[in-house]
Ligand binder design. Structure first.
Ligand code: ZN
Ligand code: ZN
Length: 238
């Protein structure tokens, strides 16, 4: 209680400046109202694929890919289009280890997902230990932890990436997908916990949906009841 009050007091005396424009005020934390309004929110898009949240140019229910090859996941709650200035915040968090950017992004993701169907667990997209060691953390795991705190949902790091592919360049699409499929597995210690569980898979940026598709297939095969995707940003189709 005392610590909470002290934190509030410190925030008031030394307000954390807006991470985008640098303006500091006790009225907001890390993002000023103007920069907040300028964020490329996906819910402003007129049409989105109901499954993978890809921005569409017409009011079709599903994008071509989801129509042709329906993914195992049920639906996606994605906060933003992956474009400026959001890419900058994600970059600051992922590659410059600016945790305040990560915390802000987690708060924004939690706001987006607050009204989505509540899962039993948040499961972060895993990264290989070598990548984690290089980066110092798994960005999806940290996001899951912070979003879980905001929404009071437990985090379960149920998946792992065992194989590390240095480069997938020059490989066929089928070979790349096969590599991806073989590189993930469920941690044996979590296989009982995920039985019949509703899961939200936490990812930072959804690009081709290949990772989301692979992991949701894996989780459902292992006994999960349903998998949704909760992610920060979606790259538009080019
Ligand atoms: Zn600002
Ligand atoms: Zn789609």
């Amino acid at each position: 209680m005392l610590r909470l009050t002290l934190t509030n007091l410190l925030n008031h005396l030394l307000p954390a400046p807006c991470l985008m424009c640098g303006l500091a005020s006790a009225d907001f934390q890390l993002l000023c109202p103007e920069c907040d309004a300028a964020l490329p929110r996906l819910n402003r898009e007129p049409f989105l694929c109901r499954c993978c949240a890809l921005p569409l140019t017409s009011d079709a229910a599903l994008c071509g890919k989801c129509l042709q090859k329906p993914p195992a996941f049920r639906q996606s709650s994605i906060a933003f289009r992956y474009e400026h200035p959001l890419d900058h915040l994600i970059h600051q968090f992922k590659y410059r280890r600016q945790l305040s950017s990560g915390k802000l992004l987690a708060r924004l993701l939690a706001e987006t997902c607050r009204h989505s169907e509540r899962p039993d667990f948040l499961v972060p997209v895993p990264i290989h230990w070598r990548k984690r060691w290089q980066r110092g953390f798994n960005q999806s795991e940290l996001m899951a932890y912070w979003v879980g705190k905001h929404l009071e949902i437990p985090v379960l790091s149920a998946c792992r990436q065992e194989h590390y592919h240095h480069s997938q360049k020059g490989l066929s699409r089928a070979q790349r997908l096969k590599n991806l499929r073989q590189s993930f597995s469920i941690k044996p210690a979590n296989s009982l916990t995920i039985q019949a569980a509703k899961i939200a898979l936490i990812d930072d940026v959804v690009t081709t949906t290949a990772t989301a598709r692979t992991l949701s297939e894996l989780l459902l095969k292992a006994g999960a009841k349903q998998v949704d995707i909760w992610a920060l940003a979606r790259t538009p189709d080019h």
